[in-house]
Ligand binder design. Sequence first.
Ligand code: 0RQ
Length: 504
Amino acid sequence: MSDRIRHPGLRDRRMSAAQAAALIRPGMTVAMSGFTGAGYPKAVPQALAAQIEQAHDAGEAFRIKVLTGASTAPELDGVLARAQGIELRLPYQSDPALRDRINAGELDYIDLHLSHVAQYTWFGFYGAVDVAVIEVTAITEDGRLVPSSSVGNNKTWLDQADKVILEVNRWQPEALEGMHDVYYGTALPPNRKPIPLLHPDDRIGEAYLRCDPDKIIAIVDTDAPDRNSPFTPPDADSKQIAAHLLDFYAHEVRRGRLTPQLLPLQSGVGNIANAVLTGLAQAGYRDLTAFTEVIQDGMLELLKSGVVRMASATSFSLSPAGIDEFLAHLDHYRQRIVLRTQEISNHPELVRRLGCIAMNGMIEADLYGNINSTHVAGTRIMNGIGGSGDFARNAYLSVFMSPSTAKGGRISSIVPMASHVDHTEHDVMVVVTEQGLADLRGLAPKQRAQRVIDACAHPQYRPMLQDYFDRASRESYGKHTPHLLTEALSWHQRFIETGDMRLS
Ligand code: 0RQ
């Protein structure tokens, strides 16, 4: 492993994962690397979970606060959640075991915009960071760190933590060296300066993470893959949603509101996002750019074929086949991909300046275009807001997408009133389901409602929504944004009580 630890003075800090984990004590705030199942530490959290379980068996309290970039994997969130080892978690998670614990009320989870995490830490809003546990690809001769498959908040964690534990993961391709762009110009208010990034492919920082060698208390060798979720081909609904969106983009190009190169694309993760990317390739687009968070298999294909010229992100979330493809055509991808810190990949200033086209998934939309991205029936967290809000509020076009129903038709994704609001009507321009696309730009609330009912609702729910809206338009206390307050959330309550939003 010493070829990956090129700094001679650091080699003697190598130790086992168990020895490194033992340096983390109850009550500590531990900041870890990781973003969308990429670049998270793989050995220390597992060893820590075992030590937490031993402590609990001995009747001792042992929980820690866990901060990351975004979602990790079973080897981090899963094991620590099962060990009952987390008292506070932020900012984004998608692990089923952790989600269950959060929804059982057993730990605190703070859901926040991904671009806010670094600056809130610098502002001191989360207190001191005791330990950072960061996965890297290698350590250079002079002690700089080659980031691994995600950058996330690692710059902030390394700067802010009192102590640093590094995992040097041999599985991460050495060829990642040079692909990253870590910007060190983020001063704090009132001394902030404009971020000098004018195009998605601009490099404004350094290819390495800096770290004070004196803070490094442990280095652990690993050789373990990222989460690498397998790629699932788009289903029929996703293809239909993508088709509506591509028609819309073609229309916008014809109207002169977009050029044939569109604008820098941001897309969320998952089936619909993949279908949209595939659709862009089939529609004949060329020379597009992406200013986004995550690079998935679909993006690699577009970069290979020239549909996308370059992509800026903070993380790779590739399937095993995607990794093989990346390694097989390394030189091609290295010139076309930049991985940044998430405070830059998601920065509102940059999203606004570049004029991104933001496309994100949703749980539900209401008649007026308020979007719930996070909470089923208003109370049960799914994953978190992620970066969707960083982009939606500041984008040139903000799009939210979902099938019109969930759970075999028992839930309508279009509801009278959103049971939780992540993106207000002011941040939402376009809502798309497999039924159709509602372009809400320039519409007043009642016009928006009728457009959403007509274009997006499933036929099973459309008459129910129309009936609600008609009665609300007559009987509402105020007629600007009509609602029947005693009925507005009754669909969700009916689902909780009967398992079905439909009227029997
Ligand atoms: O449940 O897993 O039990 O089958 O939600 O839904 O349709 O597979 O869609 O994977 O795109 O997820 C909003 C969660 C959509 C996601 C959300 C249930 C559904 C299924 C998943 P099952 P689908 P997706 C970039 C930007 C916020 C973060 C974000 C998300 C499961 O897009 O987390 O945008 N977004 N980040 O059955 C009850 C409803 C439902 C519902 C869907 N109305 N009621 N359940 N589901 N709609 C990435 C980052 O920032 C890191």
